[in-house]
Design a protein around this ligand. Structure first.
Ligand code: CDP
Length: 218
């Protein structure tokens, strides 16, 4: 039982992975609230490295500069007003392909996940690399058209007008980079529950995840 684990010193880890706009952030936040666990948006860490690098005029293809930025991220990088901007997402996906960047962020993510009573982490490699022993692993995906439409809506809500075909193209580029990189590529863990969220409401995704977790966390 989750409650039993909560009483002890063991941390319950829930990993939520998937590509951009697959719904992983929404699901991870809902699960964290439901179980009373803290939530870590690991994409935000890579985005923070990107904003720091951009602030210092660094080049995302320069592995050494990226590693230095990753080792020195501060609160203000994580709270940068442009953190969710599309260009920051693109830069984050270039930066995150450098193995030393991933290594620099790994211990923070592992420490976060290992703190009782538990945690929900969302990202690209949580179930495969960061927390391969996670108690529950969920991998979300959706059609590229559905994901691009969601991102356009999200941007519009933030007051950013964007062209759907461009968002779709940028998303395809980012997917290709995230899937194709040599270290910690975006891939579903073999033992993850896979949900195609195309056409599902956030509530329906949450219900499926909870049914699966009820069994896994017994
Ligand atoms: O919100 P969205 O899905 O657009 O992006 P994000 O989750 O904030 O991640 C931004 C970028 O960081 C991704 O495209 C990945 O390249 C990288 N990332 C990663 O490599 N590993 C993670 N665990 C999380 C993000």
């Amino acid at each position: 039982m989750v409650d039993g684990k909560q009483a002890g010193t063991v941390a319950v880890v829930i990993a939520v992975d998937g590509p951009a706009a697959s719904g992983k952030g929404t699901l991870a936040r809902s699960l964290a609230e439901h179980f009373g666990f803290p939530h870590l948006d690991t994409g935000g860490l890579y985005r923070a490295v990107a904003t720091r690098l951009m602030r210092f005029g660094g080049d995302p293809t320069d592995a050494e500069a990226c590693e230095k930025a990753a080792k020195n991220i501060e609160d203000r990088d994580r709270k940068a007003p442009n953190l969710r901007a599309e260009e920051v997402g693109q830069a984050a996906s270039l930066i995150s392909a450098h193995p030393p960047v991933r290594a620099a962020l790994l211990s923070y993510q592992r420490a976060f996940s290992a703190t009782p009573p538990g945690a929900v982490l969302d990202g690209r490699d949580i179930g495969t690399v960061v927390c391969p022993e996670a108690d529950g692993k969920i991998y979300l995906d959706a059609s590229i058209e559905a994901r691009a439409a969601r991102r356009v809506k999200e941007l519009r809500l933030r007051g950013v007008e964007s062209i759907e075909s461009r968002v779709l193209k940028e998303m395809q580029d980012r997917d290709a980079r995230d899937i194709g990189r040599a270290v910690a590529p975006l891939i579903a863990a073999e033992d993850a529950l896979k949900i195609d969220t195309t056409g599902l409401t956030p509530g329906e995704v949450f219900d499926r995840a909870l049914t699966y977790l009820a069994v896994r966390l017994e």
